[in-house]
Design a protein around this ligand. Structure first.
Ligand code: FAD
Ligand code: SF4
Ligand code: SF4
Length: 503
């Protein structure tokens, strides 16, 4: 962590000195300025994969924490999908009790160093923060995520990361499919209850989207690896390169291999395409492929790359979510000269986190709003050389509540490029659905579960995360992993009392 980049605002410093001895009034707290996140210089970070946001200094976290009004009704808590006791963890941080603060967070969340970095706070906990409301400016809400990140990183920096206690062995064997945030959370909670837990991951590395999707410059891989190491220390067994549905089916695991229950957290890894002409040309990538190559095969590291780099000069990225921002900012780092986001609506409707959009702007990414791609144009060698675009205007709100793009007839233009990255969302991979008799899915291929327990249509089989919700968020996936594990623990103990067999 870099402590040398910050000069404290003198007014905030004075207030902090006062706080140590006496209670501050709300008026005084509201006068404390938001602490900005120190970040790598945009001109420097364009050329490296290191983390962009550097984390608060200790002085900053103390000051940001005294901005919290400790509201009795704490509206921020309702905005957090796992209901972290936000005022309580911030009150401890404000007193410099970082160990106490992280303890409060860990009562509800297993991955605070991840969520502090990647949660879309402006639509979750910080959206409802009273301070932001009083200032009528969401950017002035208490920076809950940044404080959370600080105390989680502080714990890691102390070298005494706690390993959750594991209960007495129950003799039950539970399988967890996938190793993303849903499965990591479920595995921890199931193991804590004393079951034998085996995690099956299709890839050679665990962590799900946290390792192969979200780039290093936003979420360092070592943080995810530490969480996986914690699971291993708890006794969770990990089977990598194990594709459930092919290496073994759900049915085989349950009947032949003696699993008493299974959790499916296989995510939404199948990229969507626009189905426009030219999507099979050389130079067209799904964001998944592009980011996976960069993340897992070190395509960004020219000296050590396990896969050749695609040498791009002008890149167009279709989409306006986090995935599109990650792909565009990765392309910048891979050396592209011009990278543009092509989005059918405007900045207001864009679903990406505000911070990522701001960082993309700073790094020189261009934004082409109200642009709808219609056709990818190739040259005689089958390589991309441009995209035909129709310009749009905003119409009435659609089912998502966002105003929909309406194409303007005859407004076609062609944008030149040599690379197209399609980042318009993901669907679930149908392998498990196709190989599991009796597993109920909806028309989009999402597994249908009981809202309260995450139980699927097959007894003993539970599911959660993106495979149920569609492309969602890390914290929602975690929340489902936790909910499912609780129900699975109850299911397994019920069976024990009723004398159900373990195989
Ligand atoms: P995943 O993380 O997708 O993990 C599923 C795992 O299951 C994978 O490792 C996969 O290999 C494995 N698997 C799949 N099928 C099988 C099988 N048959 N057998 C064995 N293993 C299997 N969310 C945020 O909150 N903030 C962000 O900033 C953010 N940015 C994102 C950026 C990108 C590029 C992407 C792609 C997503 C982003 N998300 C973000 C969304 C978030 O990452 C997901 O919602 C979350 O990871 C879903 O967790 P999960 O556990 O359900 O699945
Ligand atoms: Fe906010 Fe996410 Fe932390 Fe909840 S887990 S308090 S939503 S940053
Ligand atoms: Fe603090 Fe904002 Fe939550 Fe109120 S709403 S307790 S000010 S973080």
């Amino acid at each position: 962590m870099h402590h040398d980049t910050v000069t404290l605002d003198s007014q905030a410093k004075t207030l902090f000195e006062q706080y140590k001895d006496q209670a501050l009034t709300n008026k005084q707290r509201l006068a404390v300025p938001v602490q900005e996140m120190p970040a790598q210089d945009p001109d420097v970070r364009r050329d490296n994969m290191e983390e962009v946001a550097l984390g608060y200094t200790e002085a900053q976290v103390l000051i940001e924490s005294i901005r919290c009004l400790q509201c009795a009704n704490a509206p921020c808590v309702a905005g957090c999908p796992v209901r972290i006791d936000i005022p309580r963890f911030i009150a401890k941080a404000a007193l410099g009790d970082f160990a106490g603060s992280i303890g409060v967070i860990k009562e509800a969340s297993m991955l605070p160093s991840v969520c502090g970095r990647v949660c879309p706070q402006e639509t979750q906990c910080q959206q409802t923060c009273t301070v932001g409301r009083v200032h009528k400016d969401i950017d002035k809400a208490v920076s809950i995520g940044r404080i959370e990140r600080f105390v989680a990183d502080w714990e890691a920096s102390q070298g005494k990361r706690s390993v959750p206690e594991v209960g007495q062995s129950t003799g039950k064997k539970v399988g967890v499919v996938g190793s993303g945030p849903a499965s990591m959370t479920a595995a921890a909670d199931l193991r804590r209850a004393g079951h034998e837990v085996v995690m099956f991951e299709a890839l050679h590395k665990c962590g799900g989207v946290l390792v192969y999707g979200i780039p290093e410059f936003r979420l360092p891989k070592r943080i995810v690896q530490e969480e996986i190491d914690t699971l291993v220390s708890m006794g969770v067994k990990i089977e990598q390169n194990f594709l459930v549905g092919r290496t073994a089916t759900i049915d085989e695991l349950m009947t032949r291999d003696g699993f008493d229950a299974l959790f499916i957290g296989s995510g939404a890894g199948l990229p969507n395409f626009l189905n426009i002409p030219g999507e099979n040309l050389v130079g067209v990538f799904s964001a998944n492929e592009y980011l996976t190559r960069s993340n897992l095969m070190r395509a960004y590291d020219k000296a050590k790359a396990g896969t050749p780099l695609f040498d791009s000069k002008r890149v167009l990225v279709f989409g306006g979510g986090n995935v599109a921002m990650d792909a565009a900012r990765t392309a910048v780092r891979l050396g592209a000269e011009e990278v543009s986001i092509v989005y059918r609506r405007t900045a207001t409707e864009m679903p990406a986190r505000r911070e990522e959009v701001a960082h993309a702007h700073e790094e020189g990414v261009l934004f082409k709003y109200l642009h709808a791609p219609k056709e990818i144009i190739g040259n005689e060698k089958g390589k991309v050389e441009g995209v035909r675009i129709v310009l749009c205007q905003l119409g009435e709100p659609d089912a998502s509540g966002r105003r929909s793009p309406v194409e303007i007839p005859g407004s076609d233009i062609v944008l030149a490029c040599d690379t197209v990255i399609v980042a318009i969302g993901n669907s679930s991979n149908p392998l498990i659905e196709k190989t599991t008799k009796g597993l109920q899915v909806d028309r989009k291929g999402h597994i249908v579960v009981d809202e309260d327990t995450c139980a699927t249509s097959i007894p003993g089989v539970y599911a959660g995360g993106d495979i149920v919700l569609g492309s969602a968020t890390v914290i929602l996936a975690m929340g489902q992993g936790r909910k499912a594990a609780k129900a699975m623990n109850e299911y397994l103990s019920d069976r024990e009392h009723r004398g159900g067999s373990a195989s």
